[in-house]
Design a protein around this ligand. Structure first.
Ligand SMILES: Cc1ncc(COP(=O)(O)O)c(C=O)c1O
Length: 388
């Protein structure tokens, strides 16, 4: 087995979660809309999962709507609020996931106005900027909880207060944060929250949107009367049961996992920053525990990633969704990195299965590959400068 350090792209399904899903596929497999006992049994599983998701984020079960994942939840939150309001202004940031950015671009083309806020050098939005961007016709603030590339966590409580003070709806794409850091939607003042099971050891293709009771939002998928008539389509009950099991397991182990991942991330970071001209990207403290993002001056991250892959070590360049493209990360560019620094950035994301040995092996291999690539690079001359 290789060493998997790409947990922000996706995670494996935890065995305990899989056991619950298997039972649901072969035993409690009924359609939740059916009136007979098979349907009722399936509905019981879905109801329990709804309570598990609600519990994990401080919501009530009636405020949880199941979806096909983070992308659908983001689309629903933003388009749903826009459709209800019919016109208006939306505030977001330039470092959102494409699921948010492209949805905003779509709405912009339909006549909505959008403010894309800048971020600081660590990748965090400033709460002051959010307040300053508000207009009389602002209908929504959509700001991610934690960034998928650099792991930086935004000042959510401050933004929540601003949204509340001005009576504007607040959506957060919390796909990378849920299951990894504590979240309480009512304490923060969140009206809409997107989450996705495959980022916390649950199955792919299932997620949820938290919609605070009383929120003005329209549906975007029409058909049957599922999910209180708000999201049509036969429920993916095994996936939903898996989502519920995964979120409650993640909540149970969160504190220990946070400490363990943060320690491993520090170990990896310290080892890699021994290389000259290595730039640590993202916030030093306010970040997801398992994220280490470093630009190695003078190399192409793509080449480093492929060499590590040959050694059985999986890392990523940028996020999973944009790593197929050769464009340098827009997130790092927004943070003020040069194009060269953005092209040289590698993301290591540590997870539940990783050990100290994994980290030491990954650090050793990375260092030797970076040195080899730099030796071949006419662009790189080590002048012994301090790390930045
Ligand atoms: C921040 C963020 N939002 C949304 C998504 C999309 O989620 P899904 O893969 O469940 O559609 C991702 C997935 O990488 C993500 O990292």
């Amino acid at each position: 087995m290789g060493i998997y350090l790409d947990h922000s792209a996706t995670t494996y399904v935890d065995k305990k979660v899989l056991a619950k899903m298997t039972q649901c596929y072969s035993e409690t497999f009924g359609n939740t809309s059916s009136q007979h006992s098979y349907g009722r049994d399936a509905e019981k599983g879905v109801g329990a999962a709804r309570a598990q998701v609600a519990d994990a984020i401080g919501a009530s079960p009636g405020e949880i709507y199941f979806t096909s994942g983070g992308t659908e939840s983001d689309n629903w939150a933003i388009k749903g609020v826009a459709k209800f309001a019919r016109k208006g202004h939306i505030i977001t940031t330039g470092i959102e996931h494409r699921a948010v950015l492209d949805t905003c671009k779509y709405l912009e083309a339909k006549g909505f106005s959008i403010t894309y806020l800048p971020v600081d050098a660590f990748g965090a939005v400033r709460a002051d900027d959010v307040e300053k961007a508000l207009q009389d016709d602002t209908i929504l603030i959509s700001i991610m909880f934690a960034n998928n590339e650099v792991g930086t966590i935004n000042p959510m409580a401050q933004i929540g207060q601003i949204a509340k003070k001005h009576g504007v709806l607040f959506h957060t794409d919390a796909v990378q944060a849920v299951g990894h850091v504590p979240i309480d939607v009512s304490a923060i003042g969140i009206d809409l929250l997107s989450l996705s099971a495959h980022k916390f050891y649950g199955p792919k293709g299932v997620g949820a949107l938290y919609i605070k009771n009383g929120t003005n939002i329209e549906k975007i998928i029409h058909g049957g009367s599922h999910e209180k008539g708000m999201r049509a389509g036969t429920l993916n009950s095994p996936g939903i049961v898996g989502l519920g099991a995964a979120i409650s397991l993640a909540t149970e182990v969160m504190d220990n996992e946070f400490v363990k991942e943060a320690a491993l991330a520090k170990r990896l970071k310290d080892a890699l920053l021994q290389l000259p001209k290595a730039k640590y990207n993202g916030h030093p403290d306010d970040r997801l525990p398992g994220n280490v993002n470093i630009s190695f001056d003078g190399i192409e991250a793509e080449a480093l990633m492929l060499h590590l892959d040959l050694e059985g070590i999986a890392v990523s360049t940028g996020s999973a969704c944009s790593s197929g493209s050769t464009n340098p990360s827009y997130v790092l560019k927004e943070m003020g990195c040069t194009i060269e620094q953005a092209r040289a950035a590698v993301r290591f994301t540590i997870g539940r299965c990783n050990t100290t040995k994994d980290i030491d092996t990954a650090a050793k291999k990375t260092k030797s590959i970076v040195e080899k690539l730099r030796a071949l690079s006419p662009l790189f001359a080590d002048k012994g400068e301090k790390n930045v």
